[in-house]
Design a protein around this ligand. Sequence first.
Ligand SMILES: *[C@@H]1O[C@H](CO)[C@@H](O)[C@H](O)[C@H]1NC(C)=O
Ligand SMILES: *[C@@H]1O[C@H](CO)[C@@H](O)[C@H](O)[C@H]1NC(C)=O
Ligand SMILES: *[C@@H]1O[C@H](CO)[C@@H](O)[C@H](O)[C@H]1NC(C)=O
Ligand SMILES: *[C@@H]1O[C@H](CO)[C@@H](O)[C@H](O)[C@H]1NC(C)=O
Ligand SMILES: *[C@@H]1O[C@H](CO)[C@@H](O)[C@H](O)[C@H]1NC(C)=O
Length: 597
Amino acid sequence: MNEDAYQVPARNEYRYLVQDEGEEEIQYVRRHYVSPFLVVSKRCMFLIACGVLALLALAGYLAHIAQTPPPGFAEVPTDCGWLRGRWENGAYSFKGIPYAVPPVDERRWMPPKDPKEAGDCWHGVYDATRVRSVCAQVQPLQKDGHVTGSEDCLHLSVFTPSLQPAEPLPVMVWLHGGYLHMLSGQEKGYSPTEELAAQTQTVFVSLNYRLNAFGFMALEVLREGSPTNTSGNYGFMDQIQALKWVQKNIHVFGGDPTKVTIFGQSSGGTSVWTLMMSKLAQGLFHRAIDMSGSYVYNASLASAERDNLVFLKQTGCQDAACLRKLSITEVLQAIPWEEYPYWAAEDLTDIPVKDRVCGPVAVVDGHVLSVPPFEAWEKKGEFYNDVPFVVGTTEQETDISPPLKNISTWTWGDYEWFVGEKLRPFGKDVASKALRLYNSSAPCPTTDRCPERLYATLVSDMRVTCPNNNLAKRAAEALKSPVYRYLVTYIPSKAVNASSWGFYPSRFSFHMLDSLAFFGGLEMTLGTKTPADKAFQEVLTKYFIYFAKEGKMPAEWVEFPSRIALLDQKLSVEQNPLAERCRLWEENGFYKYAWIN
Ligand SMILES: *[C@@H]1O[C@H](CO)[C@@H](O)[C@H](O)[C@H]1NC(C)=O
Ligand SMILES: *[C@@H]1O[C@H](CO)[C@@H](O)[C@H](O)[C@H]1NC(C)=O
Ligand SMILES: *[C@@H]1O[C@H](CO)[C@@H](O)[C@H](O)[C@H]1NC(C)=O
Ligand SMILES: *[C@@H]1O[C@H](CO)[C@@H](O)[C@H](O)[C@H]1NC(C)=O
Ligand SMILES: *[C@@H]1O[C@H](CO)[C@@H](O)[C@H](O)[C@H]1NC(C)=O
């Protein structure tokens, strides 16, 4: 029997499990769906007809019994059909759920398509007990890097402590980082887990979106004939498609579609503020957390299409049809690695080379973004999503992957030499001012690697921290909703090999420290957790979850710009502690070297 033949209205029935607190044993609870066919009319005159109906109902019931999931599993109905997930570690997970038609062949470099609208739903029960492929990418980010993943990657996962909570639960949607070029929503230690959902009583969603050339290639030949008359930003469109899926489906997982927080780190943070400024994402989320995102990208579509001609040339193609026939590897090797616009983005963790800026990956395409980012906030009449907004960075972002591996052995003499040399092209004055402001008397909570720490602080201030202060300031001026700003100052109990590609023992408040702590990845990489590590993790988690639930921070965390919160083993708030340092970089035009995706 075709399972589609018996349709169960959403919300009428759930097949779910409850775990008895006191017992290990998992027991079944099932609510019976009452088929209208079973309500037998007393006035039924035609016994045969009734018999047929009863048989049909029986068949339906038997089919239903046959579908009942075995212990340890749970099933829920989405708009595109049933999913089978798993109960584990105190919560349910449903993994690898398709939220768009696979963007392959003719759909490569096209906006994502809703599977239901495309008539592309599955039959029967979809196995959502395992994650699917990550999106096609190169690791590490260099021409001879390893190509991995597939284009059929538009999947998301849901983690929920309860399918039928007394009250719908707040929802947090995770947008992963990786330069818009790498990683996925299913990285261990860098994505939600059952434990996190259980412990915070929050529903988490984590998704893959198209990356690198597949997610962000802007080219005239791709724009021509496209439904939007634009090119590029496909990855952002995927994120928006996933948020639409959340609006339609999250209630069956116990989530509240009116309390959706988007949060993302690094290029995931860039994605967060992009969605805040996108009309296409209107009403799809209600709070936003940008963790160490880029400051700006404002390349016009026309200039990006011109710059990316390098890519077209390297593929040997002249048109979209040819481009769509290339293999994944051919596409990823043809991107402009070493020539402008430098998709390898390799010099972002050092003092910049004068006038060398990375070119566009994301673009102002006129579809996802109708005007350059800050104009959305500053120009009269432009659209933006006015939601409570948190802007976070870490104090030594560049400690994730510093320019020189031996930086950890620097003396103060080495430090002064490097700062002087690298800043010289920007003027003698800048170098001497910087050396005065960032001098060896700066407090250093570790007693080792202090010159390295100060160098990382200087570069991070210049390229991330101060530009993000400026971004938060512009947000606070535009939004009616509250804006909060945090700076992570916590130093983990020991050095961490945080990046899977850099193998550098990060010692300070490195890029990713906040997200790793939130997702339990810090403990994983440290191998253990001291009370101090735990205290930091708890502070961060407490405030993020409070924000997701309430749409604001508790009273002690005062809004920006009047205060900045320092996140350490506990929260403290200060009036801008960075004012003088940021003035140096801003006045000397360094924000043009701010992190960009
Ligand atoms: C498509 O976009 C291009 C470049 O932005 C513009 O010149 C052209 O007029 C647009 N075409 C249509 C049909 O809107
Ligand atoms: C660190 O490495 C750089 C580049 O390899 C080299 O020039 C420098 O002398 C080294 N510095 C120290 C302190 O070892
Ligand atoms: C060293 O830096 C501190 C700020 O960290 C500053 O207050 C102090 O004046 C600087 N010292 C010198 C000699 O410039
Ligand atoms: C981190 O990486 C370094 C260099 O590859 C290695 O020597 C060290 O053992 C690693 N540490 C941990 C905790 O994995
Ligand atoms: C792009 O952003 C930079 C940095 O804020 C700014 O200097 C520049 O004027 C912007 N360009 C456009 C076209 O908006």
